[in-house]
Design a protein around this ligand. Structure first.
Ligand code: SAH
Length: 359
């Protein structure tokens, strides 16, 4: 397990996954009854974008400027967007400023040096992080667009973690899927976060130590599906977001979906997948169809066409959703269209949402 998500945090794939995830949570919350959010591959939860260019041995090209960086950047007159590196917010080596208002927060020991996080992560304490529902907070205004909904949470997270420069154009701290969903959780909802990598788990555990209704587990995410379903709430949103290091990852996912549906036929299951090889993604979607699932769609975003010589290795990504909240496709399609136009790196950005089994 060599994968470390912080190199990729805030890239276009994170943006697509997280913006869609926010809408899935909102969709689940159309019903009052609480639900379990199960994140089988949770990562560390908190990412310092200023550390993403620091590899273990070599400098890396940060990916967030072409992802979240494009969305928070202010447009300039030419119609192009300015890509402000996160590191200009504050020197990467500077720790977050002490916030007098933060209550004590006893975080466990963090990764041993030379972790790129060593100087950035040990936050003494943090105020609670919740985002009120858009309707509750602005009763007289229309709810924000799905993109603004997601960006609002990301900006609030950045500010809350002490980025004084958090503005339209300079983001430093980026929430992983656990914090994004935590921001939306109601008192009747619950979260279970699984992470197998010991160092990543330690960081994740420290992030959520004091959070009510959140449990963290140093556990194989696929095992968690057998161990944690069905939950007492009888409603669940499951995010399966692996690092695709295992050769048989797609088969593991298919088996996990089959097991989850056997235990809980109405579970909502979202699977993120990369578009590095079209054929492998198609084989996975065929395999998914063979499970004879309840309503299921695959939403995809590409940021470069396969024929483009300068296309990056991962030229897109997808999210397959089993049992999606009713009519969520109508929210996701325009969101994906916007992302395709804002995030395309060379001509050829596309967005699709195709039903595998119609609702
Ligand atoms: N969901 C996160 C990103 C996760 S990246 C987010 O959106 O912010 C994938 C994570 O899965 C990595 O942290 C990796 O360490 C972890 N991982 C890999 N194999 C795993 C497994 N079998 N079970 C649980 N976690 C695993």
């Amino acid at each position: 397990m060599n994968y470390r998500h912080h190199y990729h945090a805030g890239n276009f794939a994170d943006v697509m996954k997280h913006a869609a995830l926010v809408q899935l949570v909102r969709g689940m919350q159309r019903k009052d009854k609480g639900f379990l959010y199960l994140d089988t591959h949770a990562g560390r939860g908190f990412y310092d974008l200023a550390a993403s260019s620091r590899g273990d041995t070599l400098q890396r090209k940060p990916e967030h400027p072409d992802g979240i960086g494009r969305l928070v950047a202010q447009p300039v007159l030419s119609g192009q967007t300015t890509l402000t590196p996160a590191s200009t917010a504050r020197p990467p080596s500077a720790p977050p400023p002490p916030l007098a208002t933060r209550p004590p927060f006893a975080s466990p020991p963090l990764l041993a040096s030379p972790s790129p996080f060593a100087l950035c992560l040990p936050l003494a304490s943090r105020p609670p992080f919740t985002t009120p529902s858009p309707l509750a907070s602005r009763p007289l205004l229309a709810p924000p667009s799905p993109l603004d909904d997601y960006l609002g949470i990301v900006r609030a997270f950045d500010r809350r973690n002490g980025n004084p420069a958090s503005s339209a154009s300079a983001l430093r701290y980026y929430p992983g899927s656990p914090w994004l969903v935590r921001a939306l959780m109601r008192s009747q909802d619950r979260m279970t976060l699984c992470e197998k990598h010991p160092g990543e788990y330690l960081a994740l555990h420290g992030e959520f130590l004091k959070e009510p209704r959140v449990s963290t587990h140093e556990l194989d995410g696929y095992t968690a599906i057998r161990a944690m379903l069905p939950p007492p709430e009888k409603r669940a949103l499951i995010l399966i977001d692996p690092s695709y290091e295992a050769q048989d990852e797609y088969e593991k996912i298919a088996q996990a979906i089959r097991e989850a549906l056997r235990r809980m036929p109405a579970a909502t299951i979202a699977v993120w997948y990369p578009l590095t090889e079209r054929a492998r993604a198609d084989a996975f979607l065929d395999r998914l169809a063979m499970l004879n699932p309840p309503p299921t769609f695959a939403a995809e975003l590409t940021i470069a066409s396969a024929s483009s010589p300068s296309a990056p290795k991962m030229r897109g990504c997808g999210m397959a959703v089993v049992n999606p909240p009713w009519q969520i496709d109508q929210t996701l399609r325009p969101l994906l269209d916007t992302l395709a136009s804002r995030l395309a790196q060379v001509p050829g950005g596309t967005a699709t949402l195709d039903w595998i089994v119609r609702e």
